[in-house]
Write a protein of this length. Sequence first.
Length: 104
Amino acid sequence: MSGGPIRSTGRRPPPRVLLARVEAAEARGDTAALREALRWYGMRRRAPLARLSRLARHDDPTVRIALVEAASSWSTPGVDALLRELALDPDPGVREAAADALVR
């Protein structure tokens, strides 16, 4: 598959495809593609947390917020620790999103 945007229609991309898209988007510095891939991950119950948690340190707070929104639906072990870390983020929007996710 190409590294282009993920279309919202049709079937959900498999996790390996999403992870490849995240990695390609990171390499290109494409925050919109990162957010879109995280949106798709948010439709899943589990995600490769060890591979995606590095996005908690991404320069763009909108990517960190997208990570919070996606992670809030995961049952993957370690999600609570990630959300607690993001609840201490320097950006108030990220902190608020993480705090909201922790009380759900």
